[in-house]
Design a protein around this ligand. Structure first.
Ligand code: NAD
Length: 519
């Protein structure tokens, strides 16, 4: 066994013990938070691999359907208790609850770094986001005051925003803590109970967050985390009768299954899916900024980011110069161990993803694309030859119809495509089935807004990339999904408008059919 792997196993054991997730008997760790209890799964064993070494990290059990039933029952009961509180009390409790993270931030970041293989500095940032999301949505608890509609009859008509009851949430492995808090916070602020299933590849951090936060003053059972595979625990969650809304963050293929499962029970869904975002650089852009932006857009999180700027569209007269500069900068990125403070890019998270990305690069080469830099496993890494590392990769000489240019890679791989003019840039940007994000680099403000308005993408940056905040709505067009997260739009996904009509006339006017003397 690689010494680094032994170190990672020891670190994980310490962190799980610290958070109370390991059993004294030495059995598999607790991987579920149900009705205020840490619970070991009852299903098959799931093995986690260390992304930095490719060796086994630990094993835990799939939750299984009995535990899921318990989780839904607990959330159903606790939701009633939660809604019996005043709105301002719910806000106060959410604010108090998130303070329970204090003093645990570093351990939480380390836990995520070991299991997800993400650089420790990125994980610290993610913990900060968890706090920000709960604080933001705590503020909404007592501000969901509905509306009065000026109907043309003698009625007082008002609209209430009513919680669904219990919502089911499913999250991916690339940003487990971020996506957990991103969906938990608005769901409970809107008055729902929750059962959330994280990715089977990153099970623990959501359990820790839920435990800390719920124990900080929320009703026992309001937040439940069940861990297991998509086809087992995930499918059981999407098909459960007690779940009234589904919110899914993940790939388009799984998103379709989730929406189908919801549709069969007439349960609505929000889908936050993948992307193939276009980062458009015009020849009047500040090139230093555009190059730095292109780097951050694709190589942060080793490209395992839904909004990754994986298509770099560059105006033809500056194409060679920009490709050369982005490639040079890419080759200088500090790729290394997740735990190392100096690391800017860690490994890919899992073997399947590593194979997927490297196979896509090989198919691109076979189709005639040119790898300008990267494309292979970097040599001389401390994790040895079996970690899922891939050097930052820039690919040119691609045709927009090639797989590498139109399908999501979800790795540190950017394709560079030249364009002649604004019209071609817009056409290329909108030419994939996705529509999650995009960026425009130019010093011409009129052009910036003109192009942004024509991009079919849920988020557009002008002379920037990857700025996101819980205050601003986020989501996709087309195969990048539907519904919104963050901001008021994200909160509204967790409520149903209820319209209430009160007769205020001196004489009641109950009409047969639609007609009424007053309409
Ligand atoms: P994935 O679709 O493989 O898995 C996501 C989750 O779905 C996991 O928890 C998995 O267990 C579960 N799942 C899989 N099949 C299921 C089924 N039949 N029923 C119920 N649950 C099931 O995605 P991934 O590989 O974990 O994540 C990467 C993808 O997520 C990328 O496409 C990325 O772009 C996307 N993503 C999108 C956003 C966004 O906000 N738009 C954010 C992060 C990641």
């Amino acid at each position: 066994m690689n010494a680094l792997n032994t170190q990672a196993q020891q670190a994980l054991r310490r962190l799980l013990a610290q958070f109370g997730l390991s059993l004294e008997a030495g059995d598999m760790p607790c991987s579920n938070w149900i009705d205020g209890d840490l619970v070991t799964g009852q299903g098959d064993a799931i093995t986690l691999t260390n992304p930095a070494t490719g060796e086994e990290l630990t094993t835990y059990r799939d939750a299984g359907t009995d535990l899921l039933d318990r989780a839904v029952a607990a959330a159903t009961r606790a939701q009633v208790e939660w809604m019996a509180l005043t709105a301002s009390e719910r806000g106060r409790r959410m604010n108090a609850a998130v303070r329970r993270l204090e003093g645990h931030e570093e351990d939480l970041a380390q836990l995520e770094s070991v299991v997800a293989g993400k650089p420790i500095r990125d994980c610290r940032g993610e913990v900060g986001k968890v706090r920000e999301m709960f604080e933001y949505y705590a503020g909404w608890c007592d501000k969901q005051h509905g509306e009065v509609i000026p109907v043309p009859t003698s009625h007082l008509n008002y609209v209430r925003h009513v919680p669904f009851g219990v919502v089911g949430q499913i999250t991916p492995w690339n940003a487990p803590m971020f996506t957990c808090a991103w969906q938990l916070a608005p769901a409970i602020a809107a008055g729902n109970g929750v059962v959330l299933k994280p990715s089977e590849l990153t099970p623990f951090s959501s359990v820790v967050i839920a435990r800390l936060i719920e124990s900080g003053g929320l009703p026992q059972g309001l937040i439940n985390i069940v861990n297991g595979l998509g086809p087992t625990t995930g499918a059981a969650l999407t098909g459960h009768d007690g779940i009234r809304k589904l919110v899914f963050v993940g790939s388009p293929d799984s998103g379709r299954l989730i929406a189908e499962a919801g549709a069969r029970r007439l349960v609505p869904s929000v889908l936050e899916l993948g992307g193939k975002s276009a980062n458009i650089v015009f020849d009047d852009a500040r090139i230093d900024d555009a190059v730095a932006g292109a780097q951050a857009a694709i190589f942060a999180a080793a490209g395992q980011s839904c909004v990754a700027g994986s298509r770099l569209l560059i105006q033809r007269d500056i194409f060679d110069a920009v490709v050369e500069r982005v490639s040079r900068a890419a080759s200088q990125i500090a790729v290394g161990l997740p735990a190392d403070e100096a690391t800017r890019m860690g490994p890919l998270q899992n073997a399947r993803q590593f194979e997927r990305v490297t196979n896509m690069i090989e198919r691109a080469k076979a189709a005639g694309a040119r790898v300008v830099t990267g494309g292979t496993r970097p040599t001389g890494l401390p994790g040895g030859a079996n970690g899922y590392y891939l050097a930052p990769t820039v690919i040119a000489d691609v045709d927009a119809s090639m797989e590498i240019a139109c399908e999501e890679v979800f790795g540190p791989v950017v394709v560079a495509l030249p364009f002649e003019d604004e019209a071609e840039a817009i056409r290329l940007a909108n030419s994939t089935r996705f529509g999650l994000a995009g960026a425009v680099w130019t010093q011409d403000p009129a052009r910036a807004h003109r192009v942004a308005a024509q991009l079919r993408a849920g988020t557009v940056w002008i002379n920037s990339y990857k700025a996101i905040n819980v205050m601003s709505p986020f989501g996709g067009f087309r195969d990048s999904g539907f519904g919104r997260s963050s901001g008021l739009d994200g909160l509204r996904e967790y409520t149903i408008p209820q319209s209430v009509w009160v007769e205020t006339g001196a004489e009641a006017s109950v009409a047969m059919g639609y007609g009424s003397g007053q309409v």
